[in-house]
Design a protein around this ligand. Sequence first.
Ligand SMILES: N[C@@H](CCC(=O)N[C@@H](CS)C(=O)NCC(=O)O)C(=O)O
Length: 203
Amino acid sequence: MKLHITEGSPYARIVRVVIIEKRLESRVEIILAKTRSANSPYYNINPSGRVPYLIRDDGVGLEESALIVDYMDQLDGRPMFNLPAGEQGWEARRLEALARSLMDGLAVWGRELARPENERSPTIIKHEAARSARMVDMWEAQIDHLWMRGTLNMAQLTLACALGLDARNPDFRWRPGHPKLPAWYDQMTARPSFAATAPPAGR
Ligand SMILES: N[C@@H](CCC(=O)N[C@@H](CS)C(=O)NCC(=O)O)C(=O)O
């Protein structure tokens, strides 16, 4: 299989962490894509131009981190990320959605910062900075939830990849005033799969 990524993409990082956690490294070739660039040859591979993008061994291409993770998780017949039934499953999905919401907002903020300075929208930056501040407060209150503390799951993985975006955006300062989150994050990212996929600093 071939996985197209960029090193700074938090969505691609989710998939890269899963590849390592599931010990699939020898089955997946990681390829750096050139995104956000006119006439990139990558657009011939994935017309949307987004990463992550998995090309399966049968040649079929899959977009969307959640779909790619699901596919990879089922490959060995020993899925790690199947959800419990009932209320626990709803809680798992609720928390994952909240983590993804934080990530989505941070991605919009990061995209704005990647533009030439005279093309950036201060309104969008302010809106996303405020959204992330509210959501970090919310996560400080939720982080003791049992689902955030147990065996590795998608809510944990997504939240850790979202918080890791402070390496790309120094204005995303989520540590001050949130005593529980940094301890949680440092423990999560001590896993070799997170250490090996840390995004490069800067935009
Ligand atoms: N919902 C998608 C989001 C993917 C996404 O937005 N990727 C960004 C990088 S973080 C991208 O490829 N951007 C390139 C572009 O917008 O052209 C997922 O979960 O995979």
